[in-house]
Design a protein around this ligand. Sequence first.
Ligand SMILES: [Zn+2]
Length: 310
Amino acid sequence: MQTTITPLGKDVYEIDTRMAGYTGITAGYLILSDRPCLVEPGTSGSAPVVRAALDELGVGPDDLASVVVTHIHLDHAGGVGDIARMYPRAEVVVHEKGARHLVNPERLMRSARMVYGDSLDTLFGELKPTDAARIRAVEDTGAVDLGGGRRLETHYSPGHAKHHVGLLDSLTGDLYVGDAAGVYIPETADVRPATPPPDFDLDTALASLGKFRSLGPQRLLFAHYGPVDEVEGTLERSAEELRIWVDAVRDAWDEGLDLDHAVAMVADRTRDRYALNREDADPDVVAKFEALSGIESNVAGILHSLDRHA
Ligand SMILES: [Zn+2]
């Protein structure tokens, strides 16, 4: 099993969890402290990749103390059931609004099947149930003991999803932003919003970005994809992206456009914002990020939020 492990300093390792075989779109992280902690295990298909990476880093089946997910979307948490079985002593930490779906994934899988159809199997695979006794649900804030006085603090950050948390490392000031700050594309340094249905809400998402800023993080660790040192500018850009996309979709919504036409209009209005859309951009990079977090999903999520408020 081929692994891509990138040391980020202070015992933090980025692991490419290779959603659907793509490289460089889904990042998991291992904090190799006294009580090793895995952040964002990725999809069910990622589990063997994660295990190989943990083996390489010297973390055996009985060594992993905790697994934390920022939220339960399948690109982040689809592998929780598999990982919980591989690491029987690890506690699974999740926001309270997501916990029951990890215990009983049927409903989550049914609605994902409605969105993704047959591509569900290739993209994510099957989220397997986790024993409720293994799960610890956190509320507005929580803490994961990393050992030696080091903690990972959880901070409720809805907007992208109603069960989303950001994670702040007390030693490094690293903030694991999940999808609450959108998608960072390392190849082009673009930031794109992540506003899928059914939970996306602009004001809630902006409030969560404000909360992130107030935590004073030293570095942002994106699930998609990787570390970003420029904290202030990037969080500002995330908020700006949200406003621009919501404005564009609102115009389409006011005109009564259907989804296809709204997507075309928003794609047109936002195209020049991203280096990813330049003619010399690598088509493989364009394709993989579109598969992960596409324009259509973003527009559908914003339309849904506008309908809900109307
Ligand atoms: Zn995601």
